[in-house]
Design a protein around this ligand. Structure first.
Ligand SMILES: CC(C)(COP(=O)(O)OP(=O)(O)OC[C@H]1O[C@@H](n2cnc3c(N)ncnc32)[C@H](O)[C@@H]1OP(=O)(O)O)[C@@H](O)C(=O)NCCC(=O)NCCS
Length: 156
């Protein structure tokens, strides 16, 4: 059987250097590493990393952070290393999030995305999210609007 190129595992503090580097290349206003460290300690926060099967070093090439709170999933961070984009990693990470919702009995999920981030919007739509509203001028750095996207997770 053909080996999958990437696998998903829980994110740990050992991943912070790699996450920090990916944040810097991915976001206009990167989160400081302390936020990620704190997120990993919150009982309602879930975090996963994607790594490469062909590489023995286990260094992440993508990550996802979300909350499961008040019977709802809220996606807070998702990024894939620039040199590994468009290889299905973002979709794998989203699938892990949806599987987690399913195993925890969560049906409703929400996220915010910059209205100009068409790549991410395409990814979310492909994963079953739909636009549910707009937050005008939501982002402090550019005053850009956020699209609110929603998904309904089918339970088994
Ligand atoms: C958005 C992001 C996470 C996508 O990750 P990825 O691993 O490249 O995504 P995938 O390979 O799983 O792509 C799945 C789908 O997303 C869409 N997509 C992803 N990258 C795209 C691009 N450059 N152009 C157009 N559509 C794109 C496509 O619909 C794609 O399906 P297809 O390849 O069959 O056409 C990645 O581009 C990224 O890290 N961007 C910077 C950080 C960011 O914007 N995060 C989201 C914040 S809300």
């Amino acid at each position: 059987m053909k080996e999958e190129p990437f696998y998903i595992r829980p994110a740990t503090e050992n991943d912070l250097d790699a996450i920090d580097a990916m944040e810097g290349e991915s976001f206009l206003s990167p989160w400081p590493r302390d936020i990620f460290r704190k997120e990993m300690q919150l009982s309602f926060s879930r975090s996963f990393a994607a790594a490469e099967n062909k590489s023995a070093d286990n260094i992440p090439v993508g990550y996802i952070f979300f909350w499961i709170i008040d019977q709802e999933m809220q996606l807070h961070r998702l990024a894939v290393k620039k040199t590994r984009q468009r290889q299905g990693i973002g979709s794998l990470l989203l699938q892990e999030m949806i599987n987690t919702c399913r195993s925890e009995g969560i049906t409703d999920g929400f996220l915010e995305v910059r209205a100009s981030n068409q790549n991410a919007i395409n990814l979310y739509q492909k994963a079953g999210f739909t636009v549910a509203g707009v937050r005008k001028g939501y982002y402090d750095d550019t005053r850009e609007d956020a699209l609110i996207m929603k998904c309904t997770v089918k339970q088994p």
